[in-house]
Design a protein around this ligand. Structure first.
Ligand code: MRU
Length: 346
């Protein structure tokens, strides 16, 4: 990969500003917790694993800059930052998973004092980053078998290097299959309202020289009918215990279409995306975002002023429509309730 989504710089965090892509490759330097939280909220950085990494680095950075040497004050301040990060986006569970890992450092190494804790927090944030990279590569290795030579692969949103510490989940599978020498074509849903497919996934694929075609979201069904799509491959923001999967709005429609056309629908996600506390997708909180994301395209109004808007950022695909879930620990098959239970004990 020729770019870095996020980098720890010791006294600041450097993020590739995804709102500007593909027109501009511009970096954002975040020097405090509130600028990191802001970057997650306004989606300068986005994608479930990437926002988990950003939150963890944001907590480590804020902790490093706390001046008090009194453990109770230090802890209170770090807790406040954890809370701030947890308020940014509600759906992707990787965010809360990463925050919990950072919180756990405070309990586990309490005896090491403020300086010890600062270093523990920094190391943990860097570990979360490094693990994510490794996990994505493993997802790619495990999933590449599902893509055949000559296939048409449809993907939605961006589950690539930009949405993770690097390499990607759904795009990781595509990268790994391509690296192995398989030749196929990727169809990229543009992904309204924020166009993560057209702007970000296409940008990544073009850099890798993997042949791709951007389509508007409403073209997917017709392409399936025409026999151009052999499999659908998407990422995930939160997966419940029964396999129900929250992902970018529009994923559910694709899964229904794929099912009708008897095309396998695959989800690629790290195990940090599983929420074992939720029995089904009904309990997954769905973020609603500002109406301007729908009424405007890249800053330009396209709908009449005053019109009502509904803008859920995610939807939930029922497990019955999912053929398999590709994780770093292997490919999970149905019934997911069983394969997930097994995975938990691995
Ligand atoms: O709103 P976004 O752009 O953060 O949504 C991202 C997605 O829905 C991705 O598909 C998901 O986070 C998986 S990323 C590996």
């Amino acid at each position: 990969m020729k770019f870095k989504t996020i980098e720890w710089k010791g006294d600041h965090i450097r993020l590739l500003d995804q709102r500007k892509l593909p027109q501009e490759v511009r970096y954002l330097n975040c020097r405090d917790a509130s600028s990191v939280a802001q970057a997650i909220r306004n989606m300068a950085i986005r994608g479930a694993p990437a926002i988990g990494v950003a939150a963890a680095m944001g907590i480590a950075l804020a902790a490093k800059k706390i001046r008090s040497n009194r453990p109770e004050i230090f802890r209170r301040k770090v807790e406040k930052v954890c809370h701030l990060m947890g308020e940014t986006r509600p759906t992707a569970v990787n965010l809360f998973w990463a925050i919990e890992r950072m919180r756990a450092m405070l309990d586990q190494f309490q005896s090491e004092g403020v300086e010890g804790l600062k270093s523990r927090l920094e190391k943990e944030a860097l570990r979360i980053y490094a693990e994510d990279l490794k996990v994505n590569r493993k997802i790619g290795e495990n999933g590449k078998i599902l893509i055949q030579n000559g296939s048409g692969v449809l993907t939605h949103c961006n589950a690539g290097g930009l949405a993770t510490a690097g390499y990607g989940t759904a795009l990781g599978v595509i990268r790994a299959a391509w690296a192995e020498g398989k030749r196929f074509h990727v169809y990229v849903d543009e992904t309204r309202p924020l166009l993560q497919g057209a702007r970000l996934t296409a940008w990544e694929l073009i850099q890798e020289k993997i042949p791709c075609t951007v389509i508007t979201d409403n073209m997917a069904g017709w392409l399936m009918e025409k026999g151009k799509i052999n499999l659908v491959l998407v990422g995930a923001d939160r997966i419940a215990r029964n396999g129900d999967t929250a992902n970018k709005i529009g994923t559910y429609s694709l899964a229904v279409l794929a099912n009708w056309h008897r095309i396998p629908f695959y989800v690629a996600a790290p195990t940090s995306t599983f929420d074992f506390g939720l029995f089904s997708g009904r309990d997954i909180p769905i973020e609603e975002r500002a109406g301007e994301e729908v009424t405007h395209i890249v800053g330009r109004r396209i709908a009449p002023g005053g019109v009502k808007v509904y803008n859920p950022a995610f939807d939930v695909t029922p497990h019955s429509l999912i053929e398999a879930i590709i994780t770093e620990k292997g490919i999970l098959r149905k019934p997911f309730i069983k394969s997930l239970r097994k995975l938990k004990t691995k």
